[in-house]
Design a binder for this molecule. Structure first.
Ligand code: MRU
Length: 377
């Protein structure tokens, strides 16, 4: 069992094994991932030697969360290029591995564009592969910087909205270092509050069916030493009713031009609860998650996942091996509705915090302005 002890005041690295790293052993370059399906039991690495292996790792959620998908996608293109595979074919497969998180296609496009630009300048295949790798590394660094700036802006906003301090924050899914080149998005804000002694408690939704909250966010919260409590998703209503939530902080997989937010299924019900209980509902995401090409929430493609994720309680490894590997919790043959994400309309979102600042109230104009500042089309 990996170290799960919560240690008050101690702020360890989010994981012992880096979430993702590029390596060049004599056999050829590889992308090494921390296999998130195995957390919290163990920190095990997964070595991808080609783009199809990475596509499988993305589908099985070994690597996951919008910003990390973008970074992984970019390295995946670099991997295909460095190993002499068809880069456009690899880019297409990687970008299509999961449809909702727009960061994935943004990352893939950045590395592929760098590859083609190098060729267009007269570079050879080796130089083009190096350009793709440089683009992936650059995106990785930028994401770490964006994460730090989101934490600053997010904490400033929290302090403005909740001047008393002692924040009790509810979060959903997983938005920490496991999804990022840095310390994440929404979780990074909670972590900043914790470090400054301003976080009273992090409420962690377990996030059925794949338990990203229980397996991953609780893992990161425990290692950071913050006070946290895990709850089932359906306990959130009673928590609001008891007046125990000061703010909701979540990440996003895609934000449409009108400010509609696609995030892990279960986010929308939290937004409805937050509105009813007059609690701020704050979305924290880098500008690369804003997709000005998607006009509104109805145009966002929501990934549908296999029904067995709902009809079975999965041992982490079963997520990879598929149906029949978990413990059945419904009669055989039961159909399941299993969207991976839901969409929250902008009118329920108090603020969207990015590395360029916050938009509140959430308007198309405000979002477009932030994207303009970041040079993100
Ligand atoms: O299916 P997952 O685990 O990839 O879903 C991840 C989420 O929904 C996160 O909240 C989102 O990507 C934002 S992470 C900064």
């Amino acid at each position: 069992m990996a170290d799960l002890q919560a240690r008050t005041g101690e702020d360890k690295r989010a994981t012992e094994v880096p979430v993702l790293r590029w390596e060049e052993p004599p056999e050829g370059p590889v992308l090494v991932l921390l296999d998130q399906t195995r957390l919290p039991s163990e920190e095990v690495e997964l070595v991808c030697t080609d783009a199809p292996a990475l596509v499988e790792a993305i589908r099985s959620l070994a690597v996951r969360g919008a910003p990390a998908l973008g970074i992984a996608g970019a390295y995946g293109v670099a991997l295909a290029a460095a190993r002499g595979f068809d880069v456009d074919e690899a880019a297409q497969a990687l970008a299509g591995a999961r449809p909702t998180a727009v960061n994935l296609s943004v990352g893939v496009r950045r590395a592929r564009d760098a590859y083609h630009a190098a060729l267009a300048r007269g570079g050879d295949a080796g130089q083009a592969a190096a350009a793709a790798l440089a683009a992936a590394r650059q995106l990785h660094r930028e994401d770490a910087e964006a994460s730090a700036r989101m934490a600053e802006h997010g904490l400033a906003l929290l302090d403005e909205l909740l001047p008393g301090g002692g924040h009790r924050i509810l979060t959903h899914c997983n938005t920490g270092a496991l999804v990022s080149g840095g310390e994440g998005t929404a979780f990074a804000v909670a972590l900043a509050a914790h470090r400054q002694g301003r976080l009273r408690r992090l409420w962690v939704d377990e996030t059925r069916p794949l338990l990203q909250g229980a397996r991953l966010t609780a893992y990161e919260a425990a290692r950071s030493g913050m006070a946290y409590t895990l709850l089932t998703d359906n306990a959130a209503g009673s928590l609001f009713a008891a007046g125990e939530v000061d703010a909701v902080l979540i990440g996003a997989d895609r934000i449409a031009a009108d400010g509609s937010v696609a995030n892990k299924v279960g986010s929308y019900p939290l937004a409805v609860l937050a509105r009813y209980h007059h609690v701020p509902f704050i979305v924290v995401a880098p500008v690369t998650t804003v997709d000005l090409g998607t006009v509104d929430g109805t145009s966002i493609e929501v990934e549908q996942r296999p029904g067995y994720e709902v009809t079975e309680v999965l041992a982490p490894q079963a997520q990879v091996s598929g149906a029949g590997s978990g413990i059945p919790v419904a009669p055989l043959g039961t159909q399941a509705y299993n969207p991976a994400f839901d969409v929250t309309p902008p009118e329920l979102v108090t603020a969207i915090v990015t590395e360029e600042g916050a938009v509140s109230p959430v308007t198309a104009e405000g979002l477009a302005e932030l994207c303009g500042k970041a040079g993100h089309a």
